[in-house]
Design a protein around this ligand. Structure first.
Ligand SMILES: *[C@@H]1O[C@H](CO)[C@@H](O)[C@H](O)[C@H]1NC(C)=O
Ligand SMILES: *[C@@H]1O[C@H](CO)[C@@H](O)[C@H](O)[C@H]1NC(C)=O
Ligand SMILES: *[C@@H]1O[C@H](CO)[C@@H](O)[C@H](O)[C@H]1NC(C)=O
Ligand SMILES: *[C@@H]1O[C@H](CO)[C@@H](O)[C@H](O)[C@H]1NC(C)=O
Ligand SMILES: *[C@@H]1O[C@H](CO)[C@@H](O)[C@H](O)[C@H]1NC(C)=O
Ligand SMILES: *[C@@H]1O[C@H](CO)[C@@H](O)[C@H](O)[C@H]1NC(C)=O
Ligand SMILES: *[C@@H]1O[C@H](CO)[C@@H](O)[C@H](O)[C@H]1NC(C)=O
Ligand SMILES: *[C@@H]1O[C@H](CO)[C@@H](O)[C@H](O)[C@H]1NC(C)=O
Ligand SMILES: *[C@@H]1O[C@H](CO)[C@@H](O)[C@H](O)[C@H]1NC(C)=O
Ligand SMILES: *[C@@H]1O[C@H](CO)[C@@H](O)[C@H](O)[C@H]1NC(C)=O
Ligand SMILES: *[C@@H]1O[C@H](CO)[C@@H](O)[C@H](O)[C@H]1NC(C)=O
Ligand SMILES: CC(=O)N[C@H]1CO[C@H](CO)[C@@H](O)[C@@H]1O
Length: 331
């Protein structure tokens, strides 16, 4: 009997430990993250890492998102992203795929769940399930002399599938929780209200208000609505895990992304760590139709299905059940 009790307690401890990424103080960091985040205008932005100078780049081939080579890259179609609003301080970040980035399917930067380590491990491209009816092609060419893509990762290539017998995620596009496609922007100076040239955003209407003429985007003339610096925080798992931020490190090792395309790492958000900061230039402000809001609620199960993940029972739980059954037999 006492042995059984011991096993039960052991099992409870192991089961709690099995939810690796859950964070006991998420009820503090969750609301803090929302408090710290701010509203920004909607429109077309580029994202450049504040420290490394790498640009967040979309590569249509394989639908990859990665920090580009700092040295040579610049703002062009592949580094321009449509940022759309979903209520409160929540936004989605879109790019159309296809060769000229002006047509094709709407892809959104999404949060990937790694079931092995039990955390959100990367920012990946996934079909947009928010505002996915209205696609918003670029209506300007900011880098007319440039075509193609930059070699983004200095040698890091998508890993090819070695054999079709290998277990790989099958790209079936199952719906994912909307908060995995939503992002929050915490300004470098937490609490400050970032300002943009002759432009404000009204979170009640979800629209921009121009206080002057519309600015024509021009990279060589540095003509834009201004630049502000933010932490890019995933809105996923804010209520039970430590907040995760986009970190400028490409990654191509994961078993459940089709053909292991290159993705961008997420790290624990740390206010003050400048490598987690991104300089965002607003090249064109635009009012987009207001998108769906997510209502994931405070309690989320971290082992829920997500882009590229499957549901598994932690091994420790199976082990416990087994030991428990065995102990019962002994009595
Ligand atoms: C929110 O901002 C405050 C003030 O800078 C900081 O101390 C705190 O760590 C931040 N919390 C989160 C979760 O971002
Ligand atoms: C970057 O530019 C330099 C100088 O123009 C060139 O030598 C180098 O090959 C370029 N690197 C890449 C990755 O394009
Ligand atoms: C970039 O996008 C613009 C606007 O859609 C398009 O006119 C142009 O051809 C694109 N450039 C490249 C190199 O794909
Ligand atoms: C839009 O998202 C919904 C909900 O996930 C999905 O069922 C639908 O297929 C998506 N539509 C497009 C055009 O991607
Ligand atoms: C935002 O829009 C609402 C509705 O039109 C309006 O009542 C409010 O004054 C606006 N807020 C600002 C800051 O302009
Ligand atoms: C926001 O702007 C769009 C286009 O400019 C307009 O159609 C829409 O009615 C506006 N929404 C609100 C709530 O003002
Ligand atoms: C962008 O600015 C440059 C330099 O001021 C100018 O030569 C060029 O014509 C401008 N391009 C467009 C499309 O207006
Ligand atoms: C990928 O799978 C192999 C075994 O098939 C495993 O050893 C490795 O740790 C996995 N890698 C990741 C990143 O999950
Ligand atoms: C993965 O690679 C195979 C073989 O190269 C290719 O046929 C398939 O289209 C690729 N899948 C994706 C989603 O890129
Ligand atoms: C910033 O964050 C990265 C990723 O977590 C970490 O490797 C690095 O040491 C941090 N830098 C500082 C100064 O804390
Ligand atoms: C914004 O994201 C947070 C965190 O996921 C979520 O709790 C909240 O409901 C979202 N708000 C809206 C309006 O989507
Ligand atoms: C109409 C208007 O508000 N224009 C302003 C745009 O921004 C410049 C520079 O900040 C101001 O000088 C203008 O007055």
């Amino acid at each position: 009997m006492i042995f059984n009790l011991f096993i039960i307690i052991l099992c409870l401890i192991l089961s709690v430990k099995a939810g690796v990424g859950t964070y006991a103080d998420a009820d503090i960091t969750g609301p803090q993250t929302l408090d710290n985040a701010t509203n920004i205008p909607t429109g077309f932005y580029s994202f450049r890492n504040h420290v490394t100078g790498q640009w967040l780049e979309f590569i249509s081939d394989g639908n990859q998102v990665q920090p580009s080579n700092a040295q040579n890259s610049t703002v062009f179609n592949g580094t321009l992203w449509a940022v759309k609003f979903h209520g409160y301080k929540n936004y989605s970040i879109h790019h159309l795929n296809g060769d000229d980035s002006s047509s094709g399917n709407d892809k959104c930067i999404s949060t990937r769940w790694d079931q092995y380590i039990g955390i959100d491990d990367a920012a990946v491209m996934w079909q947009c399930e928010l505002d996915n009816i209205t696609t918003t092609p670029l209506d300007f060419d900011i880098s007319p002399s440039f075509s193609g893509v930059y070699d983004p990762t200095e040698g890091l290539q998508p890993l090819e599938r070695r054999s079709y017998r290998e277990r790989r995620y099958v790209n079936t596009f199952e719906p994912i929780r909307p908060d995995k496609q939503q992002w929050l922007f915490i300004p470098q100076d937490v609490g400050a209200t970032p300002s943009w040239k002759n432009l404000t955003f009204n979170a009640t209407t979800g629209n921009n208000t121009w206080h002057g003429p519309h600015i024509k985007p021009n990279a060589s003339a540095n003509s834009n609505y201004g630049q502000n610096t933010f932490y890019l925080v995933s809105a996923a798992h804010l209520w039970n895990m430590y907040p995760r931020c986009i970190y400028p490190l490409p990654m191509n090792t994961f078993n459940f992304t089709a053909n292991n395309t290159v993705v961008t790492t997420l790290e624990d958000c740390q206010i003050g760590n400048e490598t987690l900061l991104w300089d965002m230039v607003l090249w064109e402000a635009e009012n987009f139709p207001l998108g769906e809001a997510s209502s994931p609620g405070p309690a989320q199960n971290p082992s829920k299905k997500s882009a590229g993940s499957t549901l598994t029972i932690p091994i420790s739980t199976l082990f416990c059940l087994f030991i428990f059954a065995y102990a019962c037999l002994l009595l």
